[in-house]
Design a protein around this ligand. Structure first.
Ligand SMILES: C[S@@+](CC[C@H](N)C(=O)[O-])C[C@H]1O[C@@H](n2cnc3c(N)ncnc32)[C@H](O)[C@@H]1O
Length: 207
C-alpha cells in the first residue's frame, strides 16, 4: 500500500470512529508504561511513539514529567484528535504526520515505542523500510518497546492483514543489533470485550 492510500485508510478509520469504537483503545497504556519502567526509561529521556494514533501514552508520559515527546502517525486526523486532548501542553509535543516506512528523521531519540504498528508490515520490503527508520531514529543504546499481535492474536486489524509474532519471532525478524531485555504476552480486551493476545518486547539497540 502506498503512503497516500495508508493515510486515507487510517484517516477514514479515525474520521468514522470514536476512540472507544476502535479495537486497540485502552484508557490507560498500562503495558507500555510497565515495559518502559522495566527498561528504566526516565522523564529525562526523549520518546517517539510510532503510529501513536490517539493513544493515551503521550498524555501519560507528559504527566510523568517527560518534556521531549514526539508522536508520529500516518493519519493527520488521529494526531489532531490526540492534540486536542492534551490541551495547551500539545504545543510542546512534536506531532509528525508521516509513513514510518518513508520518513527521514532529523534527530535521534532515546526511546522508540510502537504498539500495534509493526504488525502491519506484512512484506519483507515494508519490514526492511520500517527497520531502516528505526535504526536511524533510535540512538545507539536506546530503548525499544514493541508490541504486535501474538501468534494466537487476530489475523486482521481495521480490515488490514497483520503479521503475528512470538517474542522469539519478533527478535528474529528485527535482526541483529537488538538486545532483548524482557518479553511478555499481554491480553488486551477491546471495548466490546474481545480478547486480543499481544506479544511485547523490551530491548536496546546495541551500540
Ligand atoms: C492499531 S492502531 C494503534 C494506535 C496506537 N499505537 C495505540 O496503541 O493506541 C495503528 C496506528 O498505526 C498508524 N499507522 C499504520 N501504518 C502506519 C505507517 N506506515 N506509518 C505511520 N503510522 C501508521 C495508524 O494510523 C494507527 O494510528
Amino acid at each position: 500500500m502506498k503512503s497516500d492510500a495508508k493515510s486515507e485508510h487510517w484517516s477514514d478509520v479515525y474520521g468514522s470512529k470514536a476512540d472507544t469504537d476502535t479495537s486497540w483503545y485502552e484508557p490507560v497504556p498500562a503495558a507500555s508504561l510497565a515495559m518502559l519502567d522495566r527498561l528504566n526509561v526516565g522523564a529525562g529521556q526523549s520518546v517517539i511513539d510510532v503510529g501513536g494514533g490517539t493513544s493515551a501514552l503521550v498524555g501519560s508520559l507528559w504527566a510523568r514529567g517527560h518534556r521531549d515527546l514526539s508522536v508520529l502517525d500516518v493519519s493527520a486526523e488521529a494526531l489532531q484528535r490526540s492534540r486536542g486532548r492534551l490541551g495547551e501542553d500539545a504545543d510542546r509535543v512534536d506531532w509528525v504526520v508521516a509513513d514510518v516506512t518513508d520518513w527521514t528523521p532529523t534527530r535521534q531519540y532515546d526511546v522508540w515505542h510502537d504498539r500495534a504498528v509493526f504488525h502491519f508490515m506484512t512484506t519483507p520490503n515494508a519490514r526492511a523500510a520500517y527497520l531502516a527508520t528505526l535504526r536511524s531514529t533510535l540512538r545507539p543504546g536506546g530503548a525499544l518497546v514493541l508490541a504486535t499481535f501474538a501468534l494466537t492474536g487476530p489475523e486482521q486489524c481495521s480490515g488490514l492483514p497483520v503479521a503475528r509474532y512470538s517474542a522469539e519471532g519478533l527478535v528474529d525478524v528485527l535482526g541483529p543489533g537488538i538486545e532483548l531485555i524482557d518479553h511478555r504476552e499481554v491480553v488486551h480486551t477491546t471495548p466490546w470485550g474481545s480478547e486480543q493476545p499481544f506479544t511485547w518486547i523490551g530491548g536496546r539497540l546495541t551500540p
